[in-house]
Design a protein around this ligand. Structure first.
Ligand code: ARG
Length: 455
């Protein structure tokens, strides 16, 4: 390609080292679409003839067809996909093919292709997120009245409904959808026509190309156009946050599936056995999602590190962006794909959840509130209940089992109605504050999420 300046060919090991085609071949369709738009712009501006434009667009369309049908194999000895497409085009249509690269550079092309690739792939991520949010809301609806302990510090804290707990994940994933949309909006500007870095002496129409390719506008600075990878970093960080959410959810599913909890049972289709221990049923899918989160974070950190010392404008270091971003995109898609059916088919063990909620004094806050509502200052009530809990631990019983006489030794404010007030059902049904755990609040949250999903 650079015959003229160079007297000899690249060393073959250096050639392999330099080449990116084994991973950027993924972008062949976007590269071809970008080139078709470029040829049209060149013709419209009188930079190439309409005749050449027609041969170029037809040639490019036939290359696309042939790659898609398998008739044309991408030549892995080319340096990258941009060079392969151009070389193949020239092979097919002759001299007109050599005119395509007027007023553009590969630096523009690669920046354009990644943006186009990510634009489509992020739509897929959003769709998968939406499906998962909807599935979680359905699961929450089925379990809106199922009581289990809510935890802080992984210590039983207060009774909650399982629907409420699940809806927390719906809310997180809903924010993820909006984060992806934000990233998409900033990503959707066209770098094509930056022409390596400085712009060009040709009378190009960058807006026309941007419109042809469905961009919101053109990048306003050509140096930024070719050297910006913020959109990759931003998307990878949004993906990292999605993975963090899936990983926390996975961690809970793994814990809940253990014999120690037995709150849920994953479907056989989403678990594996052990090669030696016949009794085992392992939550491998959830563990893998948790594990892959580390790798997705690594991709983000890797690219940030690659970019941090780069002078403007394009540097070859930037070729390292693609494997990382492709891997993060594909990994999050796979994780979301597997997560939805895993949640849909997960069996909820309501009896075990309820049993766990009966232990651990998770109604202690409600008992303190009972005294407070009868006039005792909260701190004093807190202390009384603390003493009662200690008494129960001593007697190996729970607050619900202590006789009224034992209560009245601590305070005259205790009456028979306390037992009703500290029942798990009351604790849950009285938590009516906005966003709280009671059934009607969970229903409201589900309705909110379903409404958001319609947008
Ligand atoms: N393969 C390169 C990349 O992925 C394309 C741009 C190369 N530009 C250049 N001047 N070497 O970044």
């Amino acid at each position: 390609m650079w015959a003229g300046r160079f007297a000899k060919a690249l060393d073959s090991m250096a050639d392999d080292f330099n080449s990116s085609i084994r991973f950027d071949c993924k972008m062949y369709k976007r590269d071809i679409m970008g080139s078709i738009a470029h040829a049209k712009m060149l013709a419209k501006q009188g930079i190439i003839s309409y005749g050449d434009c027609e041969s170029i667009t037809e040639g490019l369309a036939s290359i696309l067809d042939d790659i898609q049908s398998g008739a044309l194999e991408i030549d892995m000895s080319c340096e990258d996909i941009h060079m392969f497409v151009e070389a193949e085009l020239t092979k097919r249509i002759g001299d007109a093919g050599k005119r395509l690269h007027t007023a553009r550079s590969r630096n523009d092309q690669v920046a354009l292709d990644i943006r186009m690739y990510l634009r489509e792939e992020t739509d897929k991520i959003t769709e998968l997120l939406r499906a998962l949010v909807a599935d979680i809301a359905d699961k929450a609806e089925e379990n809106k009245a199922v009581i289990l302990p809510g935890y802080t510090h992984l210590q039983r804290a207060q009774p909650i409904t399982f629907g409420h707990h699940l809806m927390a994940y719906s809310m997180m994933l809903l924010r993820d959808i909006s984060r992806i949309r934000d990233a998409q909006a900033r990503m959707n500007y066209s770098p094509i026509g930056s022409c390596a870095l400085a712009g060009t002496t040709y009378d190009t129409d960058r807006q026309f190309e941007a419109d042809e390719l469905g961009f919101s506008g053109v990048m306003q600075n050509s140096i930024d156009g070719v050297s910006d990878r913020d959109f990759c970093v931003e998307l990878m960080s949004a993906i990292s946050i999605i993975m963090m959410h899936l990983s926390r959810f996975s961690e809970e599913i793994i814990l809940w599936s253990s014999w120690e909890f037995k709150f849920v049972e994953l479907d056989d289709a989403y678990t594996t056995g052990s090669s030696i221990m016949p009794q085992k049923k392992n939550s491998d899918m959830a563990e893998l999602v948790r594990g892959k989160t580390g790798r997705v974070y690594g991709n983000l950190l890797g690219l940030l590190t690659t970019l941090k010392g780069l002078p403007l404008a394009y540097n070859k270091d930037m070729q390292e962006d693609k494997e990382a971003i492709f891997d993060s995109v594909e990994t999050v898609q796979m994780c979301l794909e597997i997560f939805a059916p895993m949640i849909r088919t997960m069996k909820v063990k309501a009896e075990n959840m309820y049993r766990a909620a009966q232990e651990g004094f998770i109604n202690a806050t409600d008992l303190a509130d009972y005294l407070t509502k009868k006039g005792m200052p909260f701190r004093a009530a807190y202390k009384v209940v603390g003493q009662l809990v200690a008494e129960c631990i001593d007697k190996k019983c729970v607050l619900d089992d202590l006789p009224i006489e034992a209560y009245r030794l601590h305070s005259e404010l205790f009456e028979q109605d306390l037992y009703h007030e500290i029942s798990l059902e009351t604790c849950v049904s009285k938590r009516i504050s906005e966003g709280g755990t009671c059934v009607s609040s969970v229903e409201k949250q589900i309705a909110y999420v379903r409404e958001e999903l319609k947008k």
